[in-house]
Design a protein around this ligand. Structure first.
Ligand code: G3H
Ligand code: ZN
Length: 286
């Protein structure tokens, strides 16, 4: 069932696992994530970026995903989140559309301005009883980028993170702790920084850039207090590589369903793998 993010996050905190927040870009990805959640008996967050909203349409996303959850995973708690909302309009549209969580990403702004836009989002979200994710970073790289080494991976300043939380009281917190969007060989997780942030803010922590990060580091970070892990690139890659392979092997196929069906299975597989790593499998008891 589509539910409020707070229900999912609070349960994950008390039971010591993390929730996957999976970026979807089309119907096949939505079906793959929902099927994985049902199969794994795992709660999940399904999220869309501004780009995905432009491509799918906000109401299409809400209606299609709500319907998919009702039909495929009626007893699995699944929440919607806006990912990297860069302006107030998109935040407000998603709140109006019924999202229980929005990410107001002002991390590219000077700290004072980031605090200002995040507080505007907090005020708006309060009207709907929704949660706001704030970010101090910014987290670099690019969704879908794979391979190579980033010139540098920016790291959030601890004092700025603490000041940001003090002045916004965001519901969930993202900060640059060594990961990047995409898959790069020099991604890491700075455990001491994560520990300090958790100890000083006591906020549910969202790890961005989950694709391509060492499994053992991910597992350790969950013990250190990561509560939500964003996965985007892994889903894009699973979809695209499978589609390319299927098209190559079936040059004369004209039924789109036969070309696209394997992509749903590929997304389901990659989401299932993440859920296993995050410890969220079998956490929904009927
Ligand atoms: O906001 C989305 C995530 O941080 C995705 O990062 O593409 O490295 O999985 P990723
Ligand atoms: Zn991100």
């Amino acid at each position: 069932m589509v539910c409020h993010i707070k229900t999912i996050v609070k349960k994950a905190i008390s039971n010591g696992y993390a929730i996957g927040a999976f970026n979807v870009h089309n119907l096949e990805a939505i079906l793959g994530v929902v099927r994985a959640a049902q199969r794994a008996k795992s709660p999940a967050i399904i999220q869309v970026s501004e780009g995905a909203i432009k491509y799918i349409g906000l109401n299409n996303f809400v209606n299609i995903t709500t319907d998919a959850v009702k039909n495929i995973a009626p007893r699995i708690p699944i929440a919607f989140n806006l990912d990297h909302g860069k302006n107030f309009e998109v935040v407000s549209d998603c709140l109006e559309a019924g999202f229980s969580s929005v990410h107001m990403d002002g991390s590219f702004l000077p700290l004072n301005e980031n605090i200002k836009v995040t507080n505007e989002a907090m005020k708006e979200a309060k009207k709907y009883g929704a949660w706001v994710q704030g970010e101090v970073g910014p987290i670099m790289g690019g969704h879908g980028k794979i391979g190579g080494k980033l010139k540098s991976v920016p790291i959030a300043d601890l004092n700025e993170v603490v000041e940001f939380v003090k002045k916004t009281n965001v519901d969930t917190l993202a900060a640059a702790v060594g990961t990047a969007h995409g898959v790069f060989c020099n991604e890491t997780i700075l455990m001491q920084l994560l520990r300090d942030i958790k100890q000083k803010t006591k906020k549910p922590f969202v790890l961005h850039g989950g694709s391509g990060v060492d499994i053992f580091k991910i597992k350790k970070s969950i013990k250190e207090g990561v509560n939500i892990i964003n996965i985007g690139t892994d889903i894009k890659v699973a979809f695209s590589e499978t589609l390319k392979k299927t098209c190559k092997e079936n040059k004369h196929e004209t039924d789109p369903r036969n070309l696209l069906r394997p992509t749903i299975e590929a997304v389901e597989k990659v989401v299932l793998q993440s859920m296993k790593i995050f410890g969220s499998v079998n956490q929904v008891k009927f």
